[in-house]
Write a protein that binds this ligand. Structure first.
Ligand code: TYD
Ligand code: MG
Length: 457
């Protein structure tokens, strides 16, 4: 059966039996490639049923195995995303667009872990030793006890690791690595999978942690980091807008801690600096209240983060008005505009709509619904919202507002940053008094009525 699945999507790793222009699984175009490596490296045809293996030692759920030791980097933003430090013998993947700052982040992390007592090897398949050394000098890390190598041959790298016995190895990047027993080019799905698998297995059997860098690629011929996500313990993505100085490290999968945790960094001439209070930073560029600008009290992982949501609504010169979104889901925007139109009588026909989450943050919480709706109506009516108010709440298709998780934490963070009121759905019973004036709304129509009065029509 497996032999027939000879084509693989380089974006998501889905296997199919025939070539097609578009991947059925993830919808990407021109990413299906014939996979010669898989059948070579695949399981043998002969059955193992007849031959005996050894009996596994079974255990029960109650017996407590000692938790694996962790090492702190001493950078709070990084340690929190890792779930409380780097776990011994774990495999991590750090994905991100080319040029976003992955190599810089990992060189800085390598130096931190080395200073905290780990033996660290940094293997670069993209840059020469001299280039990495130059970067280290620029970052002020050239005295750190990190060992460097510049190679792409997996066999040589594993032999070196076996001899050196490091505690942590960084592979930059997995797409440049090349296993000589697999018959395809570096960067192909089978090469990337084989290298990631060999490195992960090596790490588990040799008590070494490994961090692999994976470029997110738009090109079909190079496999993206998603094809190895299932093999590793922790998947982190390093994201941010090119033009902004903020970078966000987000955990999308973590076997040793909460997923969806974020760490916020600021890019400087001397590398990445951690941002302990991201809310203050995301709101720092805010001036006087302007129409279309709203402060959303969000939660990222375990931490409340306040940010600004901006909307611009303008008459459209086109027959098909534009809807442009940065930092939020376009489908969700369409839904909120539909609810505004059919439940509150606020149409957007003939209007271009632009929505932006300031600072390069990406929000995926439905709790931002009400803030987005508020920004849209505020922009459309050219009426600013009260400066001292934060907004959050989920909107259902009926137009009702639904309470959201961690209401209390959102309110506390807002109060800490000097806000005095919150516009939100009915608070769940038992929400502690926060000192903020709470304006609890039952539905979206009521919200538009109360906040924008008779103007919204
Ligand atoms: P780099 O770490 O090489 O990106 P990646 O490994 O993801 O491709 O960083 C890209 C460029 O940005 C590089 O020229 C260095 C620069 N940079 C800074 O100047 N300061 C910073 O804090 C960071 C993260 C990057
Ligand atoms: Mg790099």
């Amino acid at each position: 059966m497996a032999k027939d699945l000879a084509f693989t999507c380089s974006a998501c790793g889905a296997a199919t039996s025939k070539w097609s222009g578009k991947c059925e699984a993830c919808g990407a175009w021109n990413t299906i490639h014939e996979d010669t490596g898989l059948s070579v490296a695949g399981p043998k045809k002969t059955s193992i049923g007849g031959r005996r293996g050894k009996t596994l030692a079974l255990t029960d759920l109650a017996t407590q195995e000692a938790a694996p030791p962790r090492t702190l980097a001493g950078v709070e933003e990084l340690d929190r995303v890792l779930g409380g430090g780097l776990v011994k013998a774990s495999a991590l993947l750090v994905g991100g667009d080319p040029g976003i700052g992955k190599s810089t982040l990992l060189l800085q992390a390598a130096a931190r872990f080395a200073r905290n007592g780990l033996k660290v090897i940094y293997v670069s398949g993209e840059e020469s030793n001299a280039q990495v050394q130059m970067r280290a000098r620029r970052l002020g890390l050239d005295k750190s006890p990190v060992m460097l190598a510049s190679d792409t041959n997996l066999r040589d790298i594993l032999t070196t690791l076996e001899a050196e016995k490091p505690d942590l190895t960084i592979i930059d990047s997995i797409q440049t690595m090349w296993a000589d027993h697999v018959d395809s080019a570096p960067g192909s799905v089978s090469q990337v999978r084989t290298c990631a698998h060999e490195l992960t297995t090596f790490a588990k059997t040799h008590d070494m942690s490994v961090i692999m860098v994976g470029h997110v690629t738009k090109e079909g011929a190079i496999a993206g980091p998603r094809v190895v996500e299932h093999m590793v313990d922790t998947v982190l993505y390093f994201e941010g807008e090119r033009g902004h100085q903020f970078r966000i490290l987000r955990s999308v999968k973590n076997r040793f801690g909460p997923a969806d945790e974020i760490g916020v960094f600021e890019m400087t001439g001397r590398g990445l600096a951690e941002v302990r209070n991201p809310s203050a930073l995301f709101l720092s560029e805010r001036g006087e209240p302007a129409p279309g600008s709203v402060v959303f009290a969000g939660i990222e992982g375990t931490r409340p983060v306040l940010c600004e949501i901006q909307a611009l609504v303008a008459p459209s010169p086109h027959s098909q008005p534009r809807r442009s979104v940065v930092g939020w889901d376009g489908g969700r925007l369409a839904m909120i505009m539909a609810v505004l139109e059919s439940r509150c009588g606020v149409p957007f026909t003939g209007l271009d709509v632009y929505l932006n989450v300031a600072g390069g943050l990406r929000i995926s919480e439905p709790a931002a619904d009400l803030a987005v709706a508020a920004a849209l109506v505020s922009a459309r009516e050219d009426a600013a919202l009260p400066k001292e108010a934060v907004i959050f709440g989920e909107i259902s298709l009926s137009g009702a507002l639904r309470p959201v998780i961690q209401t209390e934490n959102r309110l506390k963070e807002a109060q800490k940053l000097g806000f005095t009121s919150a516009i939100m759905p009915r608070a769940p019973k038992g929400t502690g008094a926060s000192g903020l004036e709470l304006r609890e709304m039952q539905d979206l129509a009521g919200f538009v009525e109360q906040v924008f009065g008779a103007r919204a029509n």
